[in-house]
Design a protein around this ligand. Structure first.
Ligand SMILES: [Zn+2]
Length: 177
């Protein structure tokens, strides 16, 4: 039984795609499976401009008997299960979510052979990601210093949508993803 992991995402047309990554499968950099925008370096290519040329690699760690993702682009770290992976590696479990820029990938299946019993075990789902980090593009607004209401960011020049007060000194507020 081969250790394997399935990734699922929506392409630019909104169509669900998936890719099975197998331990030891032929790849451009043997032993790992690389994801990014550059077809010369990557085994799985995304055209979205927020994805780096060579972004992350996924590999099977024989010591811990699990799949892991490693960041290859320190200036554009991926978000893995709600945490910014700026260095090192993160374990991938069933349900794990990876953001490469604005492209969201989900682990929809994981199978790893137990080296002792030679049986295939399905790994348990990942815990829900913590809510403290944004998990996608955020929208911002400006809070009026006089009436406290929120205007769109585009009103920075023209002033508060409600009372017309200048928003030059307004606080930026996150409106949510
Ligand atoms: Zn106002």
């Amino acid at each position: 039984m081969t250790n394997q992991l399935t990734l699922d995402w929506k392409d630019e047309a909104g169509v669900r795609q998936n890719q099975i990554i197998q331990d030891g499968q032929p790849s451009k950099n043997p032993g790992t499976f690389r994801l990014g925008r550059d077809p010369a370096k990557c085994d799985l290519v995304f055209s979205h401009q927020s994805v780096s040329g060579l972004h992350v690699e996924i590999f099977f760690d024989r010591e811990s008997n699990e799949f892991k993702v490693r960041n290859l682009r320190p200036s554009n770290p991926p978000l893995v299960d709600g945490n910014i992976l700026d260095r090192g590696e993160a374990k991938l479990s069933l349900g794990s979510r990876i953001y490469l820029g604005q492209v969201q990938l989900e682990v929809t299946a994981v199978a790893a052979a137990d080296p002792e019993s030679q049986q295939t075990v399905l790994l348990s789902p990942a815990p829900a990601p913590p809510n403290r980090l944004p998990t996608g593009p955020m929208k911002y607004g400006l809070q009026c210093p006089k009436c406290q209401r929120i205007s769109p960011y585009a009103h920075l020049e023209s002033g508060c949508s409600w009372c017309g007060t200048s928003l030059a000194a307004a606080a930026s507020v996150v409106l949510g993803p």
